[in-house]
Design a protein around this ligand. Structure first.
Ligand code: SF4
Length: 434
């Protein structure tokens, strides 16, 4: 592994979770890495005193008897601790089976000796919504977990290399700020991560790194021209085109083999298209199963394309919003030809830069902030600043669930609220996510 400095021990334990923080270990493996090179390896099977579950034998390809001949957990832990010596230990996460097993050997490493790969993933790729080991392995390396410790510990090292490379791509000022915060927190990544140029103030808010808008983002001139070939005389009225699109044999049916046209849906689509063409108000009530979403999306998108006007859809529930954004609009984009769409949520879903900056100010002045869960405020700052400075939208849902849990509600407390937004008096208005 190029550019992975220092000497440390990577550790992976295959275990079955019996309850929160309780694990039955069945296999362990460790690698000694010196400046990125594998210098030594250790592995053993473990017998926790009970039968391995059938699914584990099936996935690992091992016989039950192999596990039953393994070391007792205490012996395995002692052997791993001897192998690691005084070196820092790289594991996926501190709440996993590795530290639970080592504690049985009577010598758990102190927190400043534990390098958590998940923390590096939070830093290097903060916009991934899922930082589980399984997802990191499949999305970054195209690999699956094998449930064999010796293979998975090498997978851990390949991920380390990937994430280190990704972190080197982060803006220099962010890297310097994070290194300073980790140093303050006593986080061991401090001495393994590359820093950046300059020595920033403690806890800089980094808001100056966000793009500045000079005015409201959408100007009249930015709106797309009506598309060629969308002339309603040549192609029929919007209502006819919407109904054709939804009919059996239409473009949508080619994407779904079991597609069935629905007369009520076509009637609603026709009414919506006519209302849009006439600039009229329309209220529609339709039961479950009619396919209301497509009945307004299809004429709406067709009208937007032919008129060059944006289409705004306001939903009552977040679930419907997610369904339209993640399922219906991508489907329509495939069937109708690509068009741009974006998701806008209520302001309470977005980071308020003024509150963020005030929180950073509190940290830099040493004022108390609400406690986090398993993280120091300095570590919370490192992960939040890494996300904030590279987020395309400031949507707090971009932060993965495990990190949001560790932040213990801090991210949500920094969200914009209508009653405390300073709007045009806000010094951050031209970089504001809202
Ligand atoms: S304009 Fe409002 S939401 Fe945006 S940063 Fe300022 S106070 Fe926060």
């Amino acid at each position: 592994m190029k550019g992975v400095p220092g000497e440390f021990c990577a550790l992976r334990v295959i275990a079955v979770e019996r309850g929160p923080g309780e694990f039955l270990p069945f296999e362990a493996a460790a690698l000694l890495l010196v400046h990125g090179r594998e210098a030594d390896a250790f592995s053993c099977l473990v017998d926790p005193g009970c039968r391995p579950p059938e699914w584990l034998c099936r996935r690992s390809g091992r016989e039950e008897g192999e596990y039953r001949r393994g070391h007792a957990p205490r012996e395995a832990a002692a052997a791993l601790l001897r192998f690691a010596g005084e070196r820092p230990i790289l594991i996926y996460a501190a709440d996993g089976a590795e530290l639970a097993l080592l504690s049985e050997g009577g010598g758990s490493p102190t927190p400043e000796k534990v390098l958590e790969l998940r923390q590096l993933a939070w830093l290097a790729l903060p916009y991934l919504r899922d930082h589980s080991l399984k997802t990191l392995a499949s999305s970054l390396l195209g690999e699956d977990l094998t449930w064999k410790a010796a293979e998975e510990v090498r997978l851990l090292c390949r991920l380390l290399q990937y994430l280190m490379d990704a972190w080197r791509e982060a803006p220099s000022r962010l890297r310097a700020a994070v290194k300073g915060a980790f140093s303050e927190a006593g986080n061991p990544w401090h001495s393994h991560l590359p820093g950046g140029r300059g020595v920033p103030d403690a806890y800089p808010d980094l808001t100056e790194t966000l793009p500045r808008m000079e005015s409201f983002p959408i100007q009249e001139d930015d709106l797309p021209e009506p598309e060629n070939g969308e002339d309603t005389d040549a192609c029929g009225s919007g209502a006819e085109r919407a109904v054709d699109f939804l009919s059996a044999g239409g473009p949508l049916s080619s994407l779904h083999p079991a597609y069935e046209s629905r007369p009520q849906q076509e009637a609603m689509a026709r009414a919506v298209a006519e209302a849009l063409e006439d600039s009229a108000f329309l209220v529609v009530e339709a039961g479950t199963g009619v396919g209301k979403s497509l009945a307004y999306l299809v004429p709406g998108v067709l009208h937007a394309r032919s008129s060059g006007s944006p289409l705004i859809i306001s939903t009552y529930t977040r679930n419907l919003q997610e369904q339209l954004y993640h399922r219906d609009l991508p489907t329509l984009s495939r069937a109708l030809g690509t068009f741009e769409y974006a998701l806008l949520k209520g302001r309470g879903n977005y980071l308020c830069l003024r509150k963020w900056s005030e929180w950073c100010g509190q940290l830099s002045r040493g004022e108390p902030v609400l406690p986090l869960y398993g993280l120091t405020p300095a570590e919370g700052y490192a992960f939040l600043s890494s996300w904030m400075s590279r987020s395309p939208s400031g949507d707090l849902e971009e932060i993965s669930i495990d990190l949001r849990l560790a932040l213990a509600g801090t991210a949500e407390r920094l969200a914009s609220q209508p009653e405390d937004c300073l709007r045009s008096r806000c010094p951050f208005q031209f970089r504001c996510f809202v």
